[in-house]
Design a protein around this ligand. Structure first.
Ligand code: GDP
Ligand code: MG
Length: 252
């Protein structure tokens, strides 16, 4: 079993991408299951094979501890760690080639509290990797791009997974994609875009952040995809394979 953790900001397309990867892998003959790790989600674009909501119930937490939705969501996210043995057993019983893990909508509850990293470190599998989704519609200005790259880097530090970076919703930003991709491959174009659109403190801050991010090779290989049209899925599968299967394609 190889595990892919799908992470990114709320609304970036994690759940929809999870369903699209499952479809893609299944079509190519790989036995692929999905674990929904978002205790607060109401509807999903796929049927989860394993579901944290079977173990952690937001409504009863709200009632039992007299909490509002945010407090209950925090508590529910913390409880993910306590349910790891049950989830592991279910996953081992299903034993797919690939287990896709759709992470909580609020990335900070998963990445910055203890339970997410704990779950990742302690879940037993052959291989693990992460996907980080840059929300296409939020990534179109240099300020937003650097801000999300900073978040992606911070989350990579927290989760400690080899990570593939993905730019989602390319169908909605067709006129911006080539510019964004240029920023990732030629840092000078991003510096120029920052210089052209910001000044003062913002400029100084962004330029300094960019310098540190660049040392870590921050957005290398950002893969543009659309969950609506399926564009880019082949490239995404190849990038995942490079990490998970040492370059082998998904089996037929
Ligand atoms: N046009 C378009 N919409 C998308 C794409 N990916 C996700 N969405 C939409 O964005 C919204 C949030 O997606 P969802 O998968 O729930 O995001 P999550 O919060 O990261 O799990 C939904 O309305 C999706 O239909 C995409 O590639 N293109
Ligand atoms: Mg979701």
């Amino acid at each position: 079993m190889k595990v892919i953790f799908v992470a990114g900001t709320a609304g970036a397309g994690k759940s929809l991408l999870t369903s699209k990867i499952q479809e893609y892998y299944t079509r190519n003959g790989a036995f692929t299951s999905v674990l929904n790790l978002d205790p607060g989600v109401i509807s999903l674009p796929y049927t989860p094979d394993i579901d944290i909501r079977d173990h952690v119930d937001i409504v009863s937490i709200m009632e039992q501890y007299d909490l509002g939705p945010n407090g209950a969501l925090m508590m529910a996210s913390d409880m993910i760690a306590a349910k790891i043995d049950d989830i592991q057993q279910e996953a081992d019983r299903v034993n797919p080639d690939y287990l896709l893990v759709d992470t909580p909508g609020q990335i900070e509850l998963f990445a910055y509290r203890a339970s997410g990293p704990y779950f990742i470190n302690n879940f037993a599998s052959e291989q693990k990797c992460g996907l980080f989704l840059y929300d296409g519609v939020l990534t179109t200005t240099p300020v937003n791009f650097v801000s999300i790259a900073l978040l992606a880097t911070s989350i990579k530090l927290r989760l400690g997974l080899p990570t593939v970076n993905v730019l989602t919703k390319t169908d909605l930003i067709a006129d911006k994609i080539s510019e964004i991709l240029r920023w990732t491959t030629n840092i000078k174009t991003l510096e120029d875009a920052i210089a052209a659109t910001t000044d003062g403190e913002t400029y100084v801050l962004l330029t300094n952040i960019l310098r540190s991010l660049n040392v870590g090779g921050f957005a290398q290989g950002l893969i543009p995809i659309s969950n609506s049209t399926g564009e880019g899925m082949v490239n995404l599968e190849a990038a995942l394979s490079r990490i998970l299967n040492l370059g082998e394609e998904v089996e037929d």
